[in-house]
Every structure is written in structure tokens, then in C-alpha cells.
Design a binder for this molecule. Structure first.
Ligand code: HEM
Length: 215
């Protein structure tokens, strides 16, 4: 199907399927993880079929999240490096929060806030994987000394806290910027949205389209 002229493609079907599977897996991991963290949250173990199944499935789901997340993150790494105008955008954070978008310099596919979310997840999910493997009974924990396993369990809790707070910010920002969720459900954004929120990216996409149309 041909894309109408006033739209730009932002995410492929594969990107979107990956993202929403990852989002569901993340929620299941966060809820079952909270069940292990404190008795007040024990009832949440039922999200994975009760305490025994939650204990078995949580680490395997963690591996699924790692595979899905880094498959997506690897495709977006270049776009998440600090680019021209990003430092100026951060200096004008007051204008960002007060919705004075017209005063902001144009940014690429992601703004510095989105880049921060990206790198926070790259680091916290890596730490969750490393600490999780060290604690994973009966497979790997036997290879590590008990003080290290205790440290890993602390690191796991801290990294999970960082990842959950990051995702709460990510979801809030996605809802706050109107038109953003549609890019991840339908795959496209309007040209006006792209020019308004990601001016450099819009320019780059429009130039690529012009080149394609040239005979
Ligand atoms: C559960 C609710 C979630 C919602 C509503 C949501 C929404 C969105 C939206 C709208 C975008 C597109 C933003 C844009 O292109 O401007 C996006 C991108 C992205 N999301 Fe989510 N998301 C959710 C969960 C997650 C989770 C759990 C993760 C990772 C564990 C995640 C990781 C990402 C990544 C890596 C991107 C690409 C942006 C980048 O590379 O910085 N999202 N999300």
C-alpha cells in the first residue's frame, strides 16, 4: 500500500511487533519481580501462574526481554548518539517542560530525553542480565561465592528500580507528545508532527523521498 503524501514512516511492522512484545514481557517481569521483592507484593506472583511458576519463568522471560530489547536497541544505536542541537535542547529544558516547542532547536529522530531513556535501558537491562545470571538457581548460582550472589541480588533490585522508573517516564512522555503512540501502533507520523517534534529527521526523510522520486 502506498503511503499518503502527508505521512512519513517511523517504524516498520517488525519494529512495532518487537516493541509491543517487549512491553508485555517487561510488565510481566516487573510484576513477578515485585512479588519476590517484598511480601506485600506476593499476590503479584499470580501474573505468572503462582509463586512456583513465577520463580521458574521469571528468569527465562528475562532472557526473552534481553534478546528482544538488544535486537531493537542495536538497530537504533546510531540514532541515539548525541547529535547537533542536542546540547542546546537540553539547555532549554525549561522551554521543553513549558511546551514552548517553537523556541527549541530542531532535533533528529530522537530528542535528548528519548536518548536518555534509551541509554538508561541499555545499562539497566545489561546489569539485570548479569546480576540475574549470578543468582539463577539451579543453573548458575552454584558457580559463584555467596557474598557475590548477595551483591548481585542488591544490584538486581537497584537496576530493576531504574528500569521501571525509566519505563514510567517513557510511557508518560509517549502519551504527553500527541501523535507519538500512533507511530508505534500504525508505524507512521504526519509530516507536520515530524517537522514540529523532530525537524532534522523530517528534513532527512523528505530529502530521501525527493531523491527516490527523481527519474
Ligand atoms: C508499556 C507501554 C509502552 C508504551 C506506551 C511505549 C510507547 C512508545 C512509543 C510511542 C515509542 C515511539 C517514540 C517515538 O518514536 O518518538 C516508543 C519507542 C521505544 N520504546 Fe516504548 N513504550 C512502552 C514500553 C516500552 C518498554 C517496556 C521498552 C523497553 C524495555 C520500550 C523501549 C522502547 C525503545 C527502545 C523505543 C525506541 C526509541 C529509542 O530508541 O529511543 N518501550 N515506545
Amino acid at each position: 500500500m502506498k503511503m499518503p503524501r502527508d505521512r512519513l514512516i517511523r517504524y516498520s511492522p517488525l519494529d512495532r511487533a518487537n516493541h509491543w512484545t517487549m512491553a508485555m514481557v517487561f510488565v510481566l517481569l516487573a510484576l513477578s519481580g515485585l512479588a519476590f521483592f517484598h511480601p506485600a507484593f506476593f499476590f503479584l506472583s499470580h501474573t505468572l501462574g503462582g509463586p512456583v511458576w513465577a520463580r521458574i519463568l521469571h528468569p527465562f522471560l528475562g532472557v526473552v526481554l534481553v534478546l528482544l530489547f538488544y535486537a531493537m536497541a542495536a538497530r537504533h544505536v546510531r540514532r541515539n548518539l548525541l547529535g547537533e542541537n542536542d546540547v542546546q535542547w537540553m539547555r532549554q529544558i525549561g522551554d521543553v517542560l513549558d511546551n514552548r516547542d517553537e523556541k527549541l532547536p530542531p532535533v533528529g529522530k530522537y530528542n535528548p530525553g528519548q536518548k536518555l531513556v534509551y541509554w538508561s535501558l541499555v545499562v539497566s537491562i545489561a546489569l539485570l542480565l548479569i546480576s540475574g545470571v549470578i543468582m539463577w538457581r539451579p543453573w548458575f548460582a552454584g558457580y559463584f561465592p555467596i557474598p557475590l550472589i548477595r551483591f548481585a541480588s542488591l544490584l538486581h533490585a537497584v537496576s530493576a528500580f531504574v528500569a521501571i522508573v525509566t519505563i514510567v517516564v517513557h510511557v508518560y512522555a509517549a502519551i504527553w507528545v500527541k501523535g507519538s503512540v500512533r507511530s508505534m501502533t500504525r508505524g507512521w507520523v504526519t509530516r507536520a508532527w515530524a517537522r514540529h517534534h523532530h525537524g532534522l529527521w523530517a528534513r532527512e526523510q523528505e530529502e530521501a523521498q525527493r531523491r527516490e522520486q527523481q527519474p
